[in-house]
Design a protein around this ligand. Structure first.
Ligand code: ATP
Ligand code: MG
Length: 252
């Protein structure tokens, strides 16, 4: 994998400039007791840079599976995932790890903070393996982001002393600290009460919009639908998309 001087992966000539994610015949099949279960079947779509994309679908429909494939956490059974012109299916494990570390931000339902690290250390984690200069830069950025998420005063607090909403705000800061061009959020409000969930959602949206980044969010929260640029429904292994313009045009 080659990186441009700015550290961003170059785009392939075949990708339109505004495409950030492209799925090509993407499939995921799990084997269970010797039987194949097709979770995602030959998905094809393109996601435009800067969009807020919402993934809807009932429990078990494959939302997390799809996010994990786009983020290079999991590997497809067939087809390809292209992110910014890079075919993730062609990367080695090490290249994938670096790709994730440098370009993707993850926000999970259960926050996934490291309990033995303070809020500040959790947020600066993406900089941990970048040498002492990188680590210093990471700390500076982490402190700034903790301010942005309203937790400047809790920088040296450990996760078990933070509320769920506070932990998720730390996780959002961690997901954004290295300015990834793609943020993947898997039910980020799923473990929070309604009011806390709304404020966390608002924060995540405004920070990603401010940075002009692409956000793909799997959720059961209907509150997010009117805010999305594109809504995908996963149903029986297929992806059906709906832009907000189409959604509004349809009589309900
Ligand atoms: N490692 C695995 N091995 C076998 N089956 C799996 C594995 N991971 C997920 N599955 C199955 O794939 C299907 C899709 O799971 P997934 O977690 O993507 O659903 P989801 O839409 O995120 O659901 P939820 O809304 O409950 O989070 C489920 O039936 C699940 O049991
Ligand atoms: Mg899930």
């Amino acid at each position: 994998m080659t990186l441009t001087p700015a550290g961003m992966p170059p785009r392939a000539a075949s990708d339109r400039p505004e495409t950030v994610v492209r799925l090509h015949n993407l499939s995921k099949i799990y084997q269970e007791a010797g039987v194949d279960r097709t979770i995602l079947h030959a998905l094809n779509t393109e996601i435009t840079e800067g969009d807020f994309v919402v993934l809807l679908g009932k429990s078990g429909s494959g939302k997390s599976t799809l996010l994990n494939l786009i983020g290079g956490i999991d590997v497809p059974s067939g087809g390809e995932v292209w992110v910014r012109g890079i075919n993730l299916t062609r990367l080695s494990e090490r290249e994938l790890t670096l790709f994730r570390r440098d370009h993707i931000g993850f926000v999970f339902q259960f926050f996934n903070l490291i309990p033995t690290l303070t809020a500040l250390e959790n947020v600066s984690l993406p900089y941990e393996l970048r040498g002492s200069k990188g680590q210093k830069e990471g700390q500076k950025r982490a402190q700034k982001l903790l301010e942005k998420v309203g937790l400047a005063g809790r920088a040296h607090t450990y996760p078990d002393r933070l509320s769920g909403g506070e932990q998720q705000r730390v996780a959002i800061a961690r997901a954004l600290v290295h300015e990834p061009f793609l943020i993947l959020a898997d039910e980020p409000t799923g473990n929070l009460d309604e009011e806390t969930g709304s404020s966390v959602l608002e924060l995540l949206l405004s920070l990603t919009r401010d940075l002009g980044r692409t956000l793909i969010m799997a959720t059961h929260n209907p509150e997010v639908v009117p805010l999305a640029d594109v809504v995908y429904h996963i149903h029986e292994g297929k992806l059906v998309s709906e832009t907000q313009a189409e959604a509004k045009a349809q009589p309900r």
